[in-house]
Design a protein around this ligand. Structure first.
Ligand SMILES: O=C(O)CCC(=O)C(=O)O
Length: 298
């Protein structure tokens, strides 16, 4: 087993959330995802975003504590609306640049959630995640492996450089291996179980300080085990996917009032529109994410 560690922070952030990737960094990230199924981004998240997200999560956990004592793991989905800091995650520039690179202009938010795991000494955390991939459920493999249909960003809100933190573990390059939980041919068949050696090679424990950002392909085999350390392990996930795919937890079209949100946010949150505009899109639709295209295209 190896570990992948985050680079030392090299960047200053002139404007919150506006420090993007260069075209060369975008190429390097895409090449790493294509080769390894994941990449650790060259930037760390700004400290003030980490602090504000953790302050919100602290407050939630304190409230949940009163309701469900001794629960080792807490989480919330659909968090963009819960605190202004999560709107900054939604529009985090490097994530949207890479999503544009992968999907073009017609993508939206597929998942937004945070999870915090506390120490578990005995027994098993019932929500501990065993090896799985994020699909594609019900899609055939293409040329023997899973096509990329979601790009997921994991923002480390706590340090995971120590052992037993319950951090993310992955199988490097597994999007090019037999797809987990997806059909193997045009004839759908139920998943028939793992091979004994599926998880023995290319096993990487993703470690890093708070602020580390990992991006990964839906086809990656991954898991997160119990936290056996005293440092609560907290992660925020934002995932993006083509507009024609339904988000994991959210209602789309958006059922509420989108007027407080910008044009970009409304698009990512699933602004109501005619059915064909979820799949094909008009010229005006394709402008919504244009800010995230490469310099060379501008
Ligand atoms: O906690 C983690 O980092 C892993 C989460 C995960 O595997 C999932 O949400 O599918």
């Amino acid at each position: 087993m190896t570990t992948a560690t985050a680079p030392a922070p090299t960047d200053t952030w002139p404007r919150r959330n506006e420090h993007g990737l260069s075209d060369q960094q975008r190429d390097e990230c895409l090449a790493a995802i294509d080769r390894d199924s994941f990449v650790i981004l060259p930037h760390l998240l700004p400290q003030d975003m980490i602090d504000r997200a953790n302050a919100y999560i602290d407050e939630c956990c304190a409230r949940f504590d009163r309701e469900e004592r001794d629960h080792p793991r807490y989480h919330e989905t659909n968090i963009v609306e819960h605190d202004p800091v999560f709107r900054e995650f939604l529009l985090y520039l490097p994530a949207l640049q890479l999503s544009y690179d992968v999907f073009g202009p017609m993508f939206h938010l597929g998942q937004d959630k945070w999870t915090r795991k506390f120490r578990v000494d005995e027994g098993k955390d019932p929500m501990s995640l065993t090896w799985h991939s994020d699909g594609p459920l019900g899609f055939p493999e293409v040329n023997g492996y899973a096509p990329l249909h979601t790009l997921r960003f994991g923002y480390f809100m706590s340090d995971t450089t120590h052992g037993d933190s319950g951090t993310l573990e992955v199988i490097r390059g597994s999007h090019r291996k037999r797809t987990l939980h997806a059909q193997q041919s045009i004839h759908w068949q139920p998943f028939s179980g793992h091979r004994a050696d599926d998880f023995k090679t290319d096993h990487v424990t993703v470690q890093g300080p708070a602020g580390t950002i990992v991006a990964f392909h839906n086809g990656i085999w991954h898991r997160a085990q119990n936290n056996r350390s005293d440092i609560p392990r907290t992660i925020v996930y934002f995932q993006y996917c083509p507009c024609m795919l339904h988000p994991l937890h959210r209602d789309v079209p958006y059922p509420g009032d989108l007027s407080p949100y910008s044009a970009e946010e409304r698009w990512l949150l699933g602004e109501p529109r005619e059915p064909h505009r979820w799949v094909i899109g008009t010229d005006a639709d394709k402008q919504r994410m244009r800010r995230f295209r490469r310099k060379a295209e501008k």
